[in-house]
Design a protein around this ligand. Structure first.
Ligand SMILES: Nc1ncnc2c1ncn2[C@@H]1O[C@H](COP(=O)(O)OP(=O)(O)OP(=O)(O)O)[C@@H](O)[C@H]1O
Length: 915
């Protein structure tokens, strides 16, 4: 035993690691000591005991060796980086411990969730030798060996890329780390743990060396990452994976570089707004992914998710996918055969990583064998079916099938049908796999046979009745003889125990056989372990092949999933063209149509496939219509149909021509981000700003109610100016839903802006939402009707109707610069303090906060503006009006019921009438 105590050893190891916690193996337990014990006990509800060491007492909490994994997972999921120190035996039989790995979110291999777990490194090239402003990004999934690298033009593009990959852990390079604003944005825009890895690893020379060691000089050159920042990011990730001791470096067989220009720009806000993989409420149900996911394997699902979050722009790849989906969708029988064949397949990419890290057990290898069997089965289902002429045939041919068959056969001839979980106690192999093992097994069987038949032999040989041969833990094997004949046993029997009715004996020969059995069992365990490690190593040497097969099966699964959904939901193949047209006939919302009798709608925008202005040059649609009529649904449906086409899926429509877009940008609804210290309106403006900076002529922009979060005139002005900018400068295809009727006049002023509205049938008292999109602006809003539907008390609804009628009669608000005939636009303002309509511009300003907004269909107050009014009343305002204004200012709306409020308003009206 080392001279220092256990706790001292723990503390010494702890001080040498930068992990948040350390756990140290002590025999059959992994122990946490001191503050780590308290922390882990609190996080995971473990019991704390006290451990004395050198006169001090330390908290201690432990878990059995075999149970460590779930605890590690739980700690890592809570964001901790945990160092694991394993116990080793020294030459003189003493025990010592060494940190063998640091488990972090990105290097936790023991995961059963199907999603990718990327570690990302992000390097700002500005501080690099070449002085370029490019960002380098590398993404590695230690659980599958995926390794990708790219460059981004600026910080925004880098953040978008990070968001698309949604890494679990980020390693910022030195310059990124030094940029407080960027680091803050990193932390805000992802849930990833940010780990500060040694700056050295990001140095260009070191990173290049690391990459060359892993992939060889040629690969590095042929992959074509000559961008300094990208090399540094990739090198740092590799070194991190190596240094944390996950042992999966060999499974990183390929370095793939990609250009973001092959993918669609899809920022984090848009991913959230379109509810691609998570709803706004954070649920997985009701998302686009959940709707179209009919995959039968975990890797298939992972790939489908990758597609959904990273749609593409290159038509060649999309056409290839569409050809496959088309073939699968129209050949139902063959499709079902393919899916049946895939069903039950395991995660080959993850299994490959486990073989290279040496953590795969015999059952994992069995899973490799079973999954490799799927490839020929899928190939068979494709061959001779209508699918044979599609690119699916190429997908199954992509992996080296002969090599895969060889591994499968070897595993088949090697592994027992039901091997144990442990790899050290034998029982892993079939007979006939290894001569030496067979010999051991035969000798073991002989020795067992000798013991099994001993009782009979002894009875015969020595004329003894009541003899049995048995074994237990304390006595080992023994011969048990009934008491009545116990004195007749031969001399070479040695008595070891007397029981009530019998005696137990051993003989030299029995003991010798017993020792032989133990020796044989030990030898078998050792031999099988060695054989297993050899076998595992041989499989690991083919990690790349396993990844190829896994990837091919995942791709077929994802394509079959798209086809299944298309066939079951009457979706059509979109025609993909060069950027230009978006022409959708009878389109539907892919998620809403699942639960609702959906009314299909058309969309025509942009030029034709040759870029000519076939649709009358309309590029910008102002969508008006009552609340709840379906504006948001329509706009999202357009975005989702475009996105689906750009993952290679069929789309919910009667027909669709999609000119590929380079990005989808959305500004939808008000997400409550107050928790992040930003007001709703601030978030709205930041999102708008991002769109105006990033969108291009080939982008699709969806704006829902921009400008609503502030005072009406500011809102209209912002919306107006944004429309002009998008139309004149960016020329992006845009759908903009608004309740500001003032904006509809933009269609007269700007060439490519057109109005559409959601139709409503309001014959009689009932308002029926027709959900159809029609040309032109809507003629009125129905906010009051929606208020009624929502159960707002009757008196408020009828009063709102009255106010609305008066506002309409007075033609209400007209926006500045909206094309009115007079130079000074008129403003009719509903003054809450007087309950009157005032046309006076001075008064309008003084009571600005109290104006009503016809388009919002109700009266609104703005406390700050009222306060301004109270500060300095205009000389023309009578005292009574001033008093009432002051009372309004003091009023706490939260404290009053609508009825009480009505009473107050009535009282004010009476008082004002008297003046
Ligand atoms: N084409 C359609 N067919 C059937 N139901 C629809 C259709 N479009 C929308 N809906 C349903 O109508 C409801 C309201 O839609 P949506 O939220 O899009 O309205 P909106 O006009 O954007 O409302 P608001 O202006 O209040 O934000 C939703 O529940 C949606 O499911």
């Amino acid at each position: 035993m080392a001279s220092q105590g256990i706790v001292e050893e723990f503390l010494a190891l702890k001080s040498d690691t930068d992990a948040d916690m350390l756990t140290m193996q002590c025999g059959d337990f992994y122990e946490f000591f001191a503050e780590d014990a308290e922390l882990v006990a609190e996080e995971l509800d473990l019991k704390v005991s006290q451990k004395s060491s050198h006169g001090s007492s330390y908290p201690m909490a432990g878990v059995p060796v075999d149970d460590l994994t779930p605890y590690l997972k739980a700690l890592v999921e809570r964001g901790y980086r945990v160092a694991v120190a394993d116990q080793f035996e020294g030459a003189s039989g003493d025990h010592y411990r060494e940190v063998t790995r640091v488990v972090t979110p990105g290097t936790l291999l023991e995961t059963d969730d199907a999603e990718a777990r990327y570690i990302a490194a992000v390097v700002d090239g500005a501080d690099g030798a070449d002085g370029t402003a490019d960002f380098g990004l590398a993404f590695a999934d230690a659980t599958t060996g995926q390794f990708l690298v790219t460059v981004a033009a600026d910080a925004d593009a880098a953040l978008s890329e990070l968001h698309r990959f949604d890494p679990v852990e980020i390693l910022p390079g030195p310059a990124v780390r030094g940029d407080d604003a960027l680091t803050r944005r990193l932390r805000e825009s992802t849930d990833a743990t940010v780990s500060l890895f040694e700056a050295d690893a990001f140095a260009p020379g070191r990173a290049t060396h690391t990459l060359r060691e892993q992939f060889g000089r040629e690969t590095l050159d042929s992959v074509g990452i000559d961008e300094d920042a990208a090399v540094r990011a990739a090198g740092a990730v590799l070194r991190y994976v190596e240094e944390t001791g996950a042992g999966v470096l060999p499974s990183m067989t390929r370095l793939q570089s990609f250009e973001s220009s092959t993918h669609l720009e899809l920022d984090s806000t848009t991913q959230r707004n379109l509810e691609l993989t998570e709803t706004m409420q954070g649920a997985g149900d009701g998302t686009l992914l959940a709707t179209i996911d009919h995959t039968v394997t975990a890797p298939g699902r992972r790939l489908l998710q990758e597609w959904v979050t990273r749609p593409r722009r290159d038509r060649a790849e999309l056409t290839r996918r569409l050809d496959c989906v088309d073939a699968l969708a129209s050949a139902a029988l063959a499709r079902e055969r393919v899916r049946e064949a895939l069903d039950g397949g395991y995660d080959l990419e993850r299994l490959a990583a486990r073989t290279t890290s040496g953590s795969a057990d015999a059952r994992d290898l069995l899973a490799v064998r079973e999954t490799l069997e799927i490839l020929p089965a899928v190939a068979e289902a494709i061959d001779g079916s209508p699918l044979a002429d599609s690119p699916l045939a190429e997908i199954v041919e992509r992996p080296d099938r002969a090599a895969a068959a060889a591994i499968r056969e070897e595993l088949d001839s090697a592994l027992a049908d039901d091997p144990p979980k442990t790899v050290r106690q034998g029982g892993l192999f079939r007979r006939g796999y290894d001569g030496e093992l067979d010999d051991l097994l035969s000798r073991h069987a002989e020795a067992k046979e000798w013991i099994d038949t001993l009782a009979d032999r002894e009875k015969r040989r020595h004329g003894l009745s009541h003899v049995t041969v048995d074994r237990n833990k304390t006595d080992g094997h023994y011969i048990q003889v009934g008491k009545s004949v116990a004195d007749q046993v031969p001399e070479h029997y040695t008595e070891i125990k007397t029981l009530k009715n019998s005696k137990r004996f051993v003989t030299d020969e029995l003991e010798e056989r017993e020792r032989e059995i133990l020796r044989l069992e030990e030898a078998r365990g050792d031999l099988e372990y060695d054989l297993f490690c050899d076998l595992r190593d041989r499989v690991a040497a083919h990690a790349e092949l396993l990844q190829d097969v896994g990837r091919a099966l995942a791709e077929i699964d994802a394509l079959a999933s798209l086809a299944t959904h298309a066939a079951g939901n009457d979706w059509v193949r979109p025609a993909l063209t060069a950027p230009g047209p978006l022409d959708i006939e009878a389109g539907r919302h892919p998620v809403v149509e699942q639960t609702t009798e959906f009314v299909p709608n058309d969309l025509r925008m942009g030029g034709d496939a040759d870029g000519a202005a076939a649709s009358g040059g309309r590029e910008f649609l102002l969508v008006t219509g009552p609340n709840m009529s379906g504006k948001s649904t329509y706009m999202r449906q357009v975005a989702l149909i475009t996105l689906l086409a750009q993952i290679g899926s069929f789309v919910p429509a009667r027909s669709a021509t999609i000119g590929v877009v380079d990005g989808i940008y959305t500004r939808v609804g008000a997400l409550d981000e107050l928790a992040q210290g930003r007001s709703t309106f601030m978030v709205e403006m930041q999102e708008l700003s991002n769109i105006l900076h990033s969108a291009t002529e080939d982008s699709l922009v969806i704006l829902d109610e921009v400008g609503r979060g502030t005072a009406t005139y500011d809102g209209i002005s912002i919306a107006w100016a944004a429309t002009e900018y998008l139309h004149n400068e960016i020329r992006a295809k845009t759908l903009f839903a608004t309740h500001y009727h003032e904006l509809t006049s933009l269609a007269d002023l700007l060439e490519r802006v057109e109005n559409v509205h959601v139709a409503v049938d309001d014959a009689g008292d009932d308002v029926t939402f027709l959900r159809t999109i029609e040309e032109g602006p809507t003629d009125r809003s129905y906010g009051v009707h929606v208020a009624e539907l929502a159960g707002v008390p009757d008196p408020v609804v009828s009063r709102a109707d009255e106010v609305l009628a008066r506002l309409r009669a007075d033609e209400a608000i007209e926006a500045r610069g909206s094309g009115g005939s007079s130079a000074e636009p008129t403003q009719a303002v509903f003054d809450l303090s007087s309950g009157q309509f005032v046309d006076d511009a001075t008064t309008a300003e003084a009571t600005d906060g109290g104006r009503a907004d016809a388009t919002d269909s109700g009266a609104r107050t703005d406390a700050s503006a009222s306060a301004e009014a109270a500060d300095g009343p205009s000389p023309s305002v009578p005292q009574a009006t001033e008093d009432v204004a002051a009372e309004i200012d003091d009023l706490d709306l939260q404290e009053l019921s609508p009825l009480e409020l009505m009473g107050r308003v009535k009282e004010w009206q009476d008082r004002l009438d008297e003046t």
